[in-house]
Structures are given as C-alpha cells and as structure tokens.
Design a protein around this ligand. Structure first.
Ligand code: R5P
Length: 299
C-alpha cells in the first residue's frame, strides 16, 4: 500500500505512514490565481492500493475538489485500489431534508464517491445521525472509527477529574458519551431542554446529578461553539465543579473557543482530524491500527 495526501492533513498522513511503515508518495496541491486547483503526485502507484488522505474541514469545498482530483489521478495512473481516508467528513450533517426543497448533500457526495470508483472509506466519528449504515448509503464499505476513546483517555490523564461524568450536549451526542464513558467505566448522561413556559427553559442532565462533580462534555463537532457553550453553562448552573469540553472535530468558527471558555469550561480538547490550536490528541493511532489490519485482509 501507498499513501498520498491532500493539503488538509499532510502532518497526520506522514505520522500514519511512519507508524504503519507505508511509503508516502509526495504530492503537490496548489491553487491557480483564478481559483482552479492543481494536483500532481511524484511516484509510481501502478498496481498498488493507495490510501488517499484528505480532511474536508476549514475549506471543505476546495479540499473536496483536491480529493476528487487526487483520487481520480491515482486510479488513472493504475492504482489497484483507492481507499479514501477522510478524517473529517463534511456535508454529513445534511443527512436529511430538514426543510422542503433542501439538497440531501451527503447523498450527493456519496454518489460522487461511487462515480470515482473509490473502494472503501475510512473516517472518524462521522456525523450520520439519521443514516444508520453509511456503507448502504455509499454502496461501498465505510469504516467509521472513533476518537472518543483517545479523547477520554487524554482528559482522564491530564485533568484527573474527581467524580467524573461524561455528558453529551444533546440526544444526538448520546452515542459519543456512551463510547467515552464505557472506555473508562464512568457514568454518562445527556442534557435535555425542558420548556416550562414561554420564558423559562431549563437545560439539565436527563437522569444524573452533576452537583460537585467534574463533567466532561463530548461531541463529534465543535463548529460555532454554540452547542458546547450552552452545555457548559447548563452544567455549571447545575453545580458541576469543573467542566472540560472535548470533541473529535474542532472546526472552531465564529470565536468558538472564547465562547466556550467564557461559558465556564476549564479547557477545550480536540483531535487533529481538523488541525487547530486545541488538537492535543492525534487520531494517528486509530487510523494506523485500522490500516494495518486492513492491509492483512487485502492479502
Ligand atoms: C450537531 O448535531 C453536532 O453533533 C454538533 O453538536 C454541532 O455540529 C455543533 O455545532 P456548533 O458548534 O455550531 O453548535
């Protein structure tokens, strides 16, 4: 196997290539003055499976086009298989038509992957709440790895929380809270909003009391930080002693970081699926472990 990386996650791709001892083929990706994207690889991929790395974050549309060009290029140059490694998969939140007339974006992207003749997809904590089986949607195997175990290990080691509890900011985040809590065998719950009248809305954990406890709020994505900031405020007003915010994909638009810290979080922790100032945890090990096993199944 060989690795080729787009410009969104070169550092992660180098680290994975070193961990699993898979050669990294140098690639050049740049933007012409008129905005068109140019890609080139410098190596022979003929007859070999190629893992193409690209995270669709921060400039998702440019990175998507870069990925399309790279994936089609390696296939064109004779790669025997093309494995898409997409640490952050954008457009996955639009997995339903929430209002009449909306594009079902993830379905369109899935058709594109099929058209590109991609053999399989490896991704991390993909936001697919209404699509239970992404392999059915993409019509190719989709391996959805999780960074929640790495995140909770990091938080437990660095912050040494007392009487810790994992909290999902909403029902959709229950899946992440459950993975993290089970890993270290602690309690978990999700927040729920109850409206008592037109003025009074209370957000609090559904089952458990957080008073005097250290809460770790986990979510797949922090984008504007609104969801996380609300969760942090709610937990502080319910008496949580410390609140630490953790997510897999720290997209961090709209002053998300100060918003969450001002809401009362002690720290925000993310992974390198999206390179950011809070990417303290690397998903290199989960991707590398998976690729090592994947290579064995290809023999
Ligand atoms: C939504 O369902 C996701 O799991 C995240 O909660 C959401 O994307 C966070 O967005 P924001 O940071 O803009 O509130």
């Amino acid at each position: 196997m060989l690795i080729v990386s787009g410009s969104s996650c070169r550092y992660l791709a180098v680290n994975v290539s070193r961990l699993v001892n898979i050669p990294l083929i140098p690639s050049e990706c740049r933007v012409f003055p008129d905005g068109e994207i140019y890609v080139r690889i410098d190596g022979d991929v003929s007859g070999k499976p190629v893992a193409v790395f690209q995270s669709f974050a921060l400039s998702p549309n440019d990175y998507l086009v870069e990925f399309i060009l790279l994936a089609d290029l390696v296939r064109d140059l004779g790669a025997s298989k093309v494995i898409a490694v997409i640490p952050y998969f954008a457009y996955a939140r639009q997995d339903d038509r929430f209002k009449p007339g909306e594009a079902l974006s993830i379905k369109t992207i899935a058709s594109l992957f099929k058209y590109l003749n991609i053999d399989s997809i490896i991704t991390v904590d993909m936001h697919l709440h209404r699509v239970s089986n992404p392999s059915e949607l993409f019509k190719i195997p989709v391996y959805n790895l999780s960074a929640m175990g790495l995140l909770i290990d990091y938080v437990m080691q660095v912050f040494k929380p007392k009487s810790p509890i994992v909290i999902g900011p909403d029902e959709e985040a229950r899946q992440w809270a459950e993975i993290a809590a089970r890993r270290v065998n602690i309690d978990y719950d999700v927040l729920e909003k109850t409206r008592y009248d037109s003025h009074r809305v209370v957000v609090k954990p559904r089952r458990l009391n957080v008073n005097g406890r250290d809460a770790i709020v986990v979510d797949d994505i922090i984008s504007t930080g609104g969801t996380m900031a609300e969760a942090v405020k709610a937990l502080r007003s319910c008496g949580a002693r410390r609140v630490i915010a953790a997510c897999t994909h720290p997209i961090l638009t709209d002053q998300a970081l100060p918003k969450i810290l001002e809401a009362g979080a002690e720290a925000v922790i993310g992974t390198d699926t999206v390179p950011s100032s809070v990417s303290y945890v690397s998903v290199k090990t989960v991707i590398a472990e998976f690729l090592s096993k994947y290579i064995v199944t290809m023999r």
